[in-house]
Design a protein around this ligand. Structure first.
Ligand code: UDP
Length: 323
């Protein structure tokens, strides 16, 4: 298939591109390189530097490449940042997505895989969280993804667009060639590994008074490769109907448990410092992924937190300064 990947120079988009190329698809990466890295664009994919903020950029990329489907990764995805800069999220995640959707509509691109988030579930009634859970965004970031999810529904009703909304819990880990490289780094696992590499003195724990067994936040970590396998399955299944899936391993690990696992893997003591809660963080987020397992036969290969951290550690050890 011809697939346009927005944000294909970023963490998750780069792994998607790697896997799609490996499977023989014809891929065009569209990325403004503000957060992404040119070196992260997988070999074998075409690349165009463009910005979704400029409708003409995405319009001409789509007109020239004529994709059959889009995987839309380009977005801001920091809960904390969205609490201090909500307009950035309204603009980059909502207005820019509108520019993409309009260009797709103008050129009859009928399929999209949309990166959504567990931050839709700030006040879950049941844990693990399944797709029937009510949507209560935890931050402007979550809200920005929820708005597009709803709008995809209406574009499907009015225009026949086929979509998959994939709500990522905590993507982590690396392939042999692609890993996580943010500047500044704000995510737990890469920060912990930077401590192990001697690049930081310690890791701050954002809150130890949550209603969880050890007081620190519990998250469901899913390997980025498993996450992308879900994208490929979802794309293949769109002819039969739209899809909405929660994607996680179904097992929660606290911040302290993640750090303990990283200590074992790296052999580094990884000192910690207690810090205040980070606004917008729910106490516990664990996914039920029963629906995608049953409907599409999705079967994650990296179910253990140790396996996930090991792959991230291998990548960070090989790329201590990132790309
Ligand atoms: N976290 C932390 N210290 C850090 C970074 C993250 O305690 O330096 C916590 C954060 O509060 C959250 C969990 O680790 O409970 C995972 O955060 P991350 O930013 O990796 O992903 P998110 O859950 O925001 O998608």
């Amino acid at each position: 298939m011809k697939i346009l990947v927005t944000g294909g120079a970023g963490y998750i988009g780069s792994v998607a591109t790697e896997v799609l190329v490996e499977q023989g698809h014809d891929v065009l990466v569209f990325d403004n390189l503000q957060l992404g890295h040119r070196e992260a664009v997988a070999e074998g994919a075409a690349f165009v530097q463009g910005d979704l903020a400029n409708p003409a950029d995405i319009e001409s990329a789509i007109a020239g490449f004529k994709p059959e489907a889009v995987m839309h990764f380009a977005a801001n995805s920091l809960v904390g940042e969205s609490m201090t800069d909500p307009f950035k999220y309204l603009n980059d995640n909502v207005v820019n997505a509108l520019n993409l959707l309009r260009a797709m509509d103008d050129h009859d691109v009928g399929k999209i895989i949309f990166s959504s988030t567990a931050n839709l579930f700030a006040d879950p009634e049941k844990m693990p969280i399944d797709e029937g859970e009510r949507i209560v965004p935890g931050s402007p970031y979550g809200e920005s993804k929820g708005i597009i999810e709803r709008f995809l529904h209406w574009l499907s009703v009015t225009k026949g667009l086929r979509f998959a909304c994939l709500r990522y819990f905590n993507a982590a880990g690396a392939t042999e060639v692609h890993g996580e490289d943010h500047n500044p780094e704000l995510h737990l696992i890469p920060i912990v590994l930077q401590v192990a590499l001697g690049q930081r003195e310690s890791v701050s724990i954002f809150g130890d008074d949550y209603p969880t067994p050890d007081g620190t936040c519990v998250r469901d970590y899913i390997h980025v490769r498993d996450l992308i396998d879900a994208h490929v399955l979802a794309l293949k299944s769109l002819d039969e109907g739209n899809r909405t899936y929660n994607l996680g391993n179904g097992k929660g690990f606290s911040v302290l448990e993640v750090i303990e696992a990283a200590r074992k893997i790296t052999g580094h003591e990884i000192p910690v410092v207690m810090a205040p809660r980070r606004p917008g963080d729910p106490a516990t987020l664990v996914a039920s992924s029963e629906r995608i397992r049953e409907e599409l036969g999705w079967d994650p290969k990296y179910a253990e937190i140790e396996q996930i951290i090991e792959t991230a550690w291998a990548w960070h050890s090989k790329h201590p300064k990132g790309y």
